[in-house]
Design a binder for this molecule. Structure first.
Ligand SMILES: [Zn+2]
Length: 387
């Protein structure tokens, strides 16, 4: 499903808008046009609706630009370290710069992570100093613009502070992990940072439902002090922290491992001319579910798995040959060289929605084995027990 659209390109980076951004935009418009000060124009009753919404439109654009500059700032530093930026997407919780092969060097990682909040602090400072400057020298300025300047300044400060929360996937979580990683293994640092993030999320979740203690004490009335929104954000942070942990565990477990160390090298080939019934018998005997299909001269022609067999009737199993049922080989998507990194095999499977790849010998291109998602996760599980 396409959930975002490209709206342009800046220094070669595609800028995308996520559909959830469409919900936040009217919210900003209404909050600014109707809400109370210091963030809104609601108290300026003498202003016409049209004027209030026009200024709110400018506010929304400036907010959008602030988010963009925050992400551009991450991207700029990452690009200086040679990382490719695939895209920048703006969605309901803010922005996300999609980077290819993020450096695993803690020194670089924390610089990339801190660049965004620093930009937001700088923007917040710029707007607030402008606001204070205008007040100090008594320049006469159109009142809605004064409120506009101060609220965009405040919004940027909120953005910077919120992003510095020490929880994944906020920038603060990445900074914390990078600082820890300078003193311990990357995996261990991730686990610590994830633990801090989860603790933080739980506390935030409880605060979201906490009743106002003074009101409870004086009148016995139960009223939520902050907002249940906090609990929603906390849940989001908790899930994201868990995801970051498992992604890093897989990455760390597979790092430095070659495809040939994880692949299955025996009983992986089936001739294309045999009947499906024979293949089924072979699968049962060899206890395998994935095979590389070869022709008479041993050239790789396709892949076949137990999944394809399941839909067939008994008659079909006896009449059809493997070549009729196999998935023809697309060398770019279905094969990997035995000397490549195992993590590369995982990326290829996830990217092309495949569960197995044919492993080929370097140079000759002949079949060397089969690698499956199951093999990879088994490898990860075994290593997890050792850390
Ligand atoms: Zn950021």
């Amino acid at each position: 499903m396409r959930t975002s659209i490209q709206i342009g390109r800046i220094i070669g980076i595609p800028i995308r808008l996520h559909f959830t951004f469409l919900f936040i935009l009217p919210l900003i418009l209404v909050t600014f046009a109707e809400g109370p000060g210091p963030m809104g124009l609601g108290e300026a009753e003498e202003l016409s609706r049209f004027l209030r919404y026009s200024v709110a439109g400018i506010a929304a654009s400036l907010f959008f630009l602030s988010l963009l500059l925050h992400e551009m700032s991450h991207s700029y530093v990452a690009m200086k370290y040679g990382t490719k930026i695939k895209s920048i997407t703006l969605f309901i919780f803010g922005g996300l710069a999609l980077m290819e092969d993020l450096p695993r060097d803690p020194e670089k990682e924390w610089r990339i992570a801190i660049a965004g909040p620093l930009m937001s602090f700088a923007l917040g400072g710029l707007f607030l100093f402008t606001y204070l400057g205008i007040r100090a020298v008594n320049v006469v300025i159109y009142e809605p613009f004064r409120i506009l300047i101060s609220s965009i300044g405040l919004l940027n400060l909120v953005l910077a502070t919120f992003n510095l929360l020490p929880a994944f996937p906020m920038d603060g979580g990445r900074v914390l992990r990078a600082l820890l990683a300078q003193r311990m293994q990357f995996l261990k640092a991730t686990r610590r940072a994830v633990f801090v993030g989860k603790t933080f999320a739980v506390v935030l979740g409880i605060i979201g439902f906490m009743p106002d203690p003074f009101l409870l004490y004086s009148t016995g009335e139960v009223r939520i002090l902050f907002s249940p929104w906090l609990t929603l954000i906390a849940a989001f942070l908790f899930i994201a922290a868990t995801e970051e942990e498992s992604a890093t565990i897989i990455y760390a477990a597979l790092e430095g491992t070659k495809v040939r160390a994880v692949m299955r090298a025996e009983n992986t080939v089936v001739p294309q001319s045999i009947r499906i019934a024979e293949l089924e018998e072979k699968m049962r005997r060899e206890k395998n579910a994935e095979y590389a299909v070869v022709n008479e001269s041993g050239d790789l022609k396709g892949l076949i798995t137990f999944n394809e067999l399941k839909k067939l009737s008994v008659e079909q199993r006896h009449s059809l040959t493997v070549s009729a049922l196999m998935n023809p080989l697309d060398p770019m998507r279905d094969t990997i060289s035995e000397g490549e990194e195992a993590i590369e095999a995982l990326k290829r499977m996830l990217g092309n929605k495949k569960n197995s790849l044919a492993v080929v010998e370097e140079g000759s291109g002949r079949i060397a084995g089969i690698i499956t998602k199951r093999d990879l996760s088994m490898h990860v599980e075994l290593l997890k027990g050792n850390t």
